[in-house]
Design a protein around this ligand. Sequence first.
Ligand SMILES: [Zn+2]
Length: 253
Amino acid sequence: MTPPDSVAGHRYVHVVESRVWVDDRRAHDDWSVHFLGLLDGHAWWGVDVPRGDDPSEGAALDLFSYFGRASEDEWLVAGRAVQLVDWARTHRFCGRCGTATELARNERATKCPACGLVAFPRLAPAMITLVTRGEPGPDQEVLLARGVQFRAPMYSCLAGFVEPGETLEGAVVREVREEVGVEVGNVRYLGSQPWPFPHSLMLGFRAEWVSGDIVCDPNEIMDANWYRKDDLPPIPPGISIARKLIDHWLRNE
Ligand SMILES: [Zn+2]
């Protein structure tokens, strides 16, 4: 993966552990780089900053904090840098035979020179669902939950990873059932968002309540309730697809 010969300039996303610091120059020539793509005529690169080094001298930001300080496109590029650098850091050796891997020439992959195993960047699909109850209108309610791992006291959509062999729609039905004991149907896809924490792809859905009362799984959910539009609890900030799903509902779409 290489950029074309002529570009307006270069931008380097230095990945310091999992934080990012963007600069027009690469801090060190011998640090490995990954081509991220072209944006606004510039070639963007992810720089793998060795553990213990910090060319930003503490100015590097985690991706949550970086949101809003750059354009959304630049934020997505920074997330791509974190994912690709993390992938390269964790695939230095073959998972089958333990030999040191090499970067493949013509595709984004590592290849084992001993046994030939090819490893591509990992993506973990996760689904997130806004469950509604009732007819569209002022009396329609949504199911929002506070996860046990939430740092802030907010309520959000239900989310979980897709399991091997499962469809996305099946994952929606299973996760809602497991987390709050409710049966849902009419599952509809709404949109997606890369979620580089560290390598998820969030797939957003709407679903409709079919049956059952809320019974929270205490290992996952601290509290969950049905809410009307005029009586919402604290909800997630704009960075998340959860918020986009809630806003989409609030606009009656
Ligand atoms: Zn191997």
